[in-house]
Ligand binder design. Structure first.
Ligand SMILES: *Cc1c(COP(=O)(O)O)cnc(C)c1O
Length: 422
C-alpha cells in the first residue's frame, strides 16, 4: 500500500513529544482505531498495549462515547464557562463529587492533566494565604513522581526525569524525597515533614502507582500513612489520580484502597474515556470554603478558555455511564490475573530484575535497556503497540481488551526480551 501523501508534511512540520527529532525513528501513520486495535496506513494492525497513554479505558471508538459526543456536537459544542453553565459540566461535576470519597465536592475543570496539577498547586498556596498563614509556599513531592510538563508541575516531578538542573532558575526548587515505604521510613518521613511544615503548602503524590516516572508501586498502607502524617503536620495533601483514576489500579480511584480523603484530587487521562481532552482539580469543602468571602481577592483567579468543554463533558458522562453499566472493575481484576500469570515467565529471562502487576498495569523491569527506540520498533514488527521507557517494559491496556489480544502483548514482551537481550 502506498504511503499516505501527508506523511511528508508530518516529517517536515510536526514536532513530536519526548523525541530527538534528528534521530527518532519515523512515527507510524495511524488511520483508524477499533477496540484495542490501531490500523496503520500500510494495512498493518497493532494491538494497543498502552491505550494511548492510558486514556482509552473502554477501548477505541466505543459507540456510546461517539454517540454522546455527536449528540452534544449538534446541540452545543462549546460555550465559555465564565458566567455560563451547561448540563454536561454540571452533571459531570456532581457525579465526580459523588464518586470521590468524603467531601471532595468542588470540581474545577481544566483542559489537561498538567493544568489540573497547576490549579491544585495554586489552590493549595492560596488556601494558606487566604487563611492568613504566612510562609507555606513550597511543595513536597517524591522521587519517581510525574505530574505533568508545565513549569509548576515539572517542579514537583522527579528531579532527573523533570530535568530540573537544565531549567534551574526557572523551575522553582521544591522538596523531593524518597516515597516512604514501611513503618521506619514513615517515621523518618514525618520527622522531615515536621521540620519543614512551616514552609510547606502541600504534599503532592501519585497514589499506589507512580506512572510516567517508572511504574513504581507502593502499598495502600504507605499511602494512608503519608496522608495521616500530612494531616497531623498541617500540610495539605494533593493526590494526583490522573493516571490511576477510573479503575486503573483495580478500584475506581486508587485512594479508595487506602480509605483516605485528600484535600485536593486531580483527574484527567481516562476521564473522557480517552476521546477528548479534559481534566479537573477537585477540592474538599474546607479548601473551597477558604476561597469564599466578600473580598474578590480571595477568589481563585484561574480560567482556561476551554474549561468544561461541553463535548468533553458529554464524553466523560458517557464514560461514567459505561463504568456503571459494564463490569469494568471486574475486567480490571481479570486483566490483573492474566498479566500475573503470563508475565511471570519473564522473571527467569536474563536482564529482568522485577515483574510486577497492580490492577491493569503490568511491568517488566530490566537491569538496563540500552535502546528503547529499537525495542519499540521490534514490538511494532510483531504487531503490538508497546512503548518501553527508562528501564521498563509495561502494559496498561484498555479494560475491554480481549484475553487473546492481551496474550499477544505478553507473548511479545517475553519473546522480545528473550531474543534481543536488551
Ligand atoms: C499524564 C499525567 C499528568 C499530565 O497530564 P497531561 O494531560 O499530559 O497534561 C499529570 N499527572 C499524572 C499522574 C499523569 O500521569
Amino acid at each position: 500500500m502506498a504511503e499516505p501523501d501527508w506523511l511528508e508534511d508530518a516529517a517536515r512540520h510536526l514536532w513530536l513529544p519526548y523525541a530527538q527529532m534528528q534521530t527518532a525513528p519515523a512515527p507510524l501513520p495511524a488511520v483508524r482505531t477499533e477496540g484495542s486495535v490501531i490500523h496503520l496506513a500500510d494495512g498493518r494492525e497493532l494491538v494497543d498495549g498502552v491505550a494511548s497513554w492510558w486514556t482509552a479505558c473502554h477501548g477505541y471508538n466505543h459507540p456510546d462515547l461517539l454517540t454522546a459526543v455527536e449528540t452534544q456536537l449538534w446541540r452545543m459544542p462549546h460555550v465559555m464557562l465564565g458566567g455560563l453553565v451547561h448540563e454536561p459540566a454540571a452533571r459531570l461535576a456532581a457525579r465526580l463529587a459523588k464518586l470521590l470519597p468524603g467531601d471532595l465536592d468542588h470540581v474545577f475543570f481544566v483542559d489537561s492533566g498538567s493544568v489540573a496539577v497547576e490549579v491544585a498547586l495554586k489552590m493549595a498556596l492560596q488556601y494558606w494565604i487566604n487563611k492568613g498563614v504566612a510562609g507555606k509556599r513550597r511543595f513536597l513531592s517524591f522521587r519517581f513522581g510525574y505530574h505533568g510538563d508545565t513549569s509548576g508541575a515539572m517542579a514537583v516531578c522527579d528531579p532527573d526525569e523533570g530535568m530540573h538542573s537544565l531549567f534551574a532558575g526557572y523551575v522553582t526548587p521544591q522538596l523531593i524525597t524518597d516515597l516512604p515505604r514501611g513503618a521506619e521510613a514513615q517515621a523518618a518521613f514525618e520527622t522531615f515533614l515536621a521540620a519543614h511544615k512551616h514552609e510547606l503548602a502541600a504534599v503532592v503524590m501519585e497514589p499506589l502507582i507512580q506512572g510516567a516516572g517508572g511504574m513504581k508501586f507502593h502499598d495502600p498502607a504507605d499511602l494512608r500513612a503519608i496522608a495521616e502524617a500530612a494531616r497531623r503536620q498541617d500540610v495539605l495533601l494533593i493526590v494526583d489520580e490522573i493516571f490511576t483514576g477510573f479503575g486503573r489500579t483495580g478500584s475506581m480511584f486508587a485512594i479508595d484502597q487506602a480509605s483516605i480523603v485528600p484535600d485536593i484530587v486531580t483527574v484527567g487521562k481516562a476521564l473522557t474515556g480517552g476521546i477528548l481532552t479534559l481534566a479537573a482539580a477537585v477540592a474538599r469543602g474546607p479548601v473551597y470554603e477558604a476561597f469564599l468571602g466578600d473580598d474578590p481577592g480571595r477568589a481563585l483567579m484561574h480560567g482556561p478558555t476551554f474549561m468544561g468543554n461541553a463535548l468533553a463533558c458529554a464524553a466523560a458522562n458517557a464514560s461514567l455511564d459505561l463504568f456503571e453499566r459494564e463490569p469494568r472493575l471486574a475486567e480490571v481484576a481479570a486483566i490483573a490475573d492474566q498479566l500475573t500469570r503470563e508475565l511471570e515467565p519473564c522473571h527467569s529471562l536474563p536482564g529482568v530484575t522485577d515483574v510486577r502487576v497492580r490492577g491493569a498495569v503490568g511491568v517488566v523491569e530490566m537491569a538496563q535497556m540500552a535502546d528503547p527506540a529499537r525495542l519499540r520498533q521490534r514490538f511494532a514488527d510483531l504487531g503490538v503497540w508497546i512503548r518501553p521507557f527508562g528501564n521498563i517494559i509495561y502494559l496498561a491496556p484498555a479494560f475491554t481488551i480481549r484475553p487473546a489480544q492481551l496474550s499477544r502483548l505478553t507473548t511479545a514482551i517475553h519473546d522480545v526480551i528473550k531474543d534481543s537481550r536488551p
